[in-house]
Ligand binder design. Structure first.
Ligand code: MLY
Length: 265
């Protein structure tokens, strides 16, 4: 299958390296995903993070869960790792003296919430506590460098994990750029963000890794050439992404469009 995406070939072709796994706030061995579709849990409402709601697992993808808040519509699904601090077993909220909240955009009359809650939990399969994994610790320092490759969630299409490159580093922040896309999906995030993964993560977890885009040519890193240049103004040095040698895209990949268009933007 020559038109499939393979990191090994791609790193060679682009003259680049994957960011070391120690750079990421992810467990070295991805956590097992033992959840099943239909199981219920408690989750922070992504649109109102201070409120904790009932959610149902509506899909399993690698080490992530596709979640839908009970009482909400099917257009606000979100994805969480099984070791995300945003999810917990049913009963956690009550144990801590909190109340389960209706989701933002609760479709029914607010006064119906207590009864809705009873009914949605009654007879449901609740995800056992053992399926929730502990969040890995933060790496102590931001060790990402411009040009390093990684796998990153496209925040605008969060079910997609895509090949990406570190485009910039500023203190604790890194700039994630998506290979083969024009820049509309790029974003800044903290180095310990849970939405970024080392090269090979998807292969290990069984999640789908999207192929690079075809909007802009894939560029070849000039990291090696740079170090042999006179050290004039290191800070004004253009990033490899911007100045690189253009590879014939055809040679890298011919077909492969996005395979699972659940939502399109
Ligand atoms: N519906 C969008 C999806 C773009 C995804 C870009 N990511 C992978 C960086 C489109 O086809 O334009």
């Amino acid at each position: 299958q020559s038109d499939e995406f393979h990191w090994e070939n791609y790193l060679k072709e682009t003259g680049s390296l994957g960011a070391p796994s120690e750079c990421f706030r992810q467990s070295k061995v991805p956590p097992a995903n033992e959840f099943k579709v239909g199981m219920k849990l408690e989750a922070h409402d992504p649109r109102n993070m201070t409120s904790i709601c009932v959610a149902t697992v509506v899909g399993i993808t690698g080490a992530r869960l596709r979640l839908r808040l009970d009482g909400s519509d099917n257009r606000n699904d979100f994805w969480r790792l099984v070791d995300s601090p945003d999810i917990q077993p049913i009963g956690t909220c009550e144990k801590e003296g909190d109340l389960l909240q209706p989701p933002l955009g609760y479709q029914m009359n607010a006064s119906s919430w207590p009864m809705f809650l009873l009914r949605t939990l009654n007879g449901s399969e609740m995800a056992p506590a053992t399926l929730f994994k502990k969040e890995p610790p933060k790496p102590p320092l931001n060790n990402f460098k411009v040009g390093m490759k990684l796998e990153a969630i496209d925040k605008k299409n969060p079910y997609m994990i895509c090949p990406a490159t570190i485009g910039d580093v500023k203190g604790d922040e890194i700039y994630i750029t998506f290979d083969g896309w024009s820049g509309a999906f790029d974003y800044w995030c903290k180095y310990d963000c849970r939405d970024i993964f080392p090269v090979g993560w998807c292969r290990l977890t069984g999640d789908v890794l999207q192929p690079p885009g075809t909007q802009v040519p894939i560029t070849k890193s000039i990291a090696k050439t740079q170090s042999s240049l006179p050290k004039a103004a290191p800070h004004s040095m253009p990033s490899p992404q911007k100045t690189a040698i253009i590879l014939p895209t055809q040679q890298i990949r011919k077909s492969s469009r996005i395979k699972t268009p659940l939502h399109t933007s």
